[in-house]
Design a binder for this molecule. Sequence first.
Ligand code: KIV
Length: 303
Amino acid sequence: MSITNFPGGGASASTANSTTKITMPALSEMKRQGKAISALTAYDYATSRLVDEAGIDLILVGDSLAMVVLGHENTLAVTMDEMLHHTRAVRRGVRRALLVADMPFGSYHGTVAEGVANAIRFVKEAGAEAVKIEGARVELVRALFEAEIPVVGHLGLTPQSIHQMGGYRVQGRSADAALQLRADAHALAEAGAGAIVLEGVPREVAAMITAELPIPTIGIGAGPECDGQILVFHDLVGLTFAPAAKFVRRYGDAGAMIRLAVEGYREDIERRSFPSDEESYHLPETVRRTLDAPENTGRIRRV
Ligand code: KIV
């Protein structure tokens, strides 16, 4: 190996600052230091660049892509090729954040070997620095760890299990279910997961798991005690078409802003005020005079 270029200067996790490249070990260090981890999804070059430049620590190319970008009803339809395509675009926009790719439904539900092979594609072909998988797939997490691929687990409301769950429902509400979640979280951490997303679980359960685990928890609908928080980009900026879930906080209304901009554009075209003379290119004066000369007006030159 020849180290010719260390993105972010190669600072160690303990010296991480706002310009240092975020790695999986850096997230654990943030937990140890009590620093909150910010995470957000992104699906393309422009938005991932904005998210990265805003200082978000972890960017997930979520399989929520299926719904918010591709318009599917749930996350199940998105394919490996689609996830790879969008992960590559996000890769080009991200410099500092840890880039995590969500493994789509079906890409790790067969053998452990198939799961590892698909995870390797995200790292090799799309530049992901970690993959995320849903459920207590302890053997697969162990195999990925052994294959040097950092893994983010995902427990609680796991959208890829929509049919098994009978809909999107808060998980871990009974004592038995809470204890199972806790056991699953410990099992994933022991198998080598670098962080765990806790989605749609009671605040108290997430707080208990967060306090016990050596690795960070990233919550979405799991209360404020998680080590970090994640939201779907389109929910955060108001680019969705249905009422937001209880746990979503909207920080902008990009939908209204885009509507207004596009309507203004259409109206300007219709009233012929776009483009203006300033927005047009012009011929040099000498060429214009030549074209206006009597011998050239109305004459079509044949070659
Ligand atoms: O796909 C997704 O958006 C997720 C969430 C945890 C943000 O998995």
